[in-house]
Write a protein that binds this ligand. Structure first.
Ligand SMILES: Cc1cc2nc3c(=O)[nH]c(=O)nc-3n(C[C@H](O)[C@H](O)[C@H](O)COP(=O)(O)O)c2cc1C
Length: 232
């Protein structure tokens, strides 16, 4: 039996007390002035050490404030923000259309780091979505057409849709490429950050937290950020 768990028929108690101790100290005086540069530095450092560092929790909310979260893959980050791709008719996209704000969080266990991002969202251009869509493996492109994401689906219906899509676009068995256009119901969202927090785990829960908040009135070309330490 796992000594970190206490289980009874109706309860699980987690008794583990993991310790976190990130290698470097994190301070408002030593981080980079722009949080996107700081993110790039951490993301690059996570490559090869953290399994799938691009996996992030994405939270959306209805206009009345009911939240929902799911894991998505970060596909691009640049000075404009953080981009992920999905179905525009999915639950998340409907929520983003009605309430265009999202929260992202990355947890990189192997390096004891967390990054939280908050911002408004916009759709990326159809050209950007097209370029990314064409880079996806053929099976994923078929899958995008075949799935009405977030809707209830009958047993076996998805496979039937896949076969229909393959036939429609002439995708042969085992084909590694095919001419499959971007569905009009599929594409990217960009989260334009207004707040980013970097967290580095430290012993006894005395973690380092550094938060950047976008200053009002700064231009999009040269954003200015207030950088502060937060209590753990
Ligand atoms: C590791 C991982 C990566 C995922 N990446 C994506 C993604 O990039 N895009 C996507 O639409 N769904 C992705 N999913 C599935 C989503 O978590 C979710 O099930 C789906 O987007 C439907 O969410 P919704 O009904 O809230 O819209 C991923 C799931 C996991 C576990």
């Amino acid at each position: 039996m796992d000594s970190n768990l206490h289980t009874t028929p109706d309860t699980i108690k987690v008794l583990a007390h993991q310790q976190y101790d990130a290698p470097d100290a994190l301070s408002p005086t030593t981080v980079l002035p722009n949080p996107l540069d700081q993110f790039r530095a951490w993301f690059t450092a996570a490559q090869g050490v953290v399994h799938e560092p691009e996996a992030m929790a994405v939270s959306t909310a209805t206009p009345s404030g009911i939240p929902s979260s799911r894991i998505l893959l970060l596909k691009q980050v640049d000075t404009r923000g953080f981009v992920f791709y999905t179905n525009y008719e999915s639950r998340k996209s409907r929520e983003l259309a009605a309430n265009p704000h999202a929260a992202l969080v990355f947890f990189w266990r192997e390096v004891h780091r967390q990054v939280r991002i908050l911002g408004r969202v916009e759709r990326v251009t159809a050209e950007e979505s097209e370029e990314y869509f064409r880079s996806r493996p053929v099976g994923s492109r078929v899958g995008a057409w075949a799935s009405r994401q977030s809707t209830v689906v009958g047993e076996g219906d998805l496979q039937k849709n896949v076969e229909d899509v393959r036939e429609r676009f002439g995708v042969k068995e085992g084909a590694v490429d095919a001419d499959i256009p971007l569905p009009e119901f599929w594409g990217g969202w960009r989260v334009i950050p207004s707040e980013i927090e970097f967290w580095a785990g430290k012993p006894s829960r005395l973690h380092d937290r550094v938060r950047y908040i976008l200053k009002e009135g700064a231009s999009d070309e040269s954003p200015e950020w207030t950088i502060e330490r937060l209590s753990p």
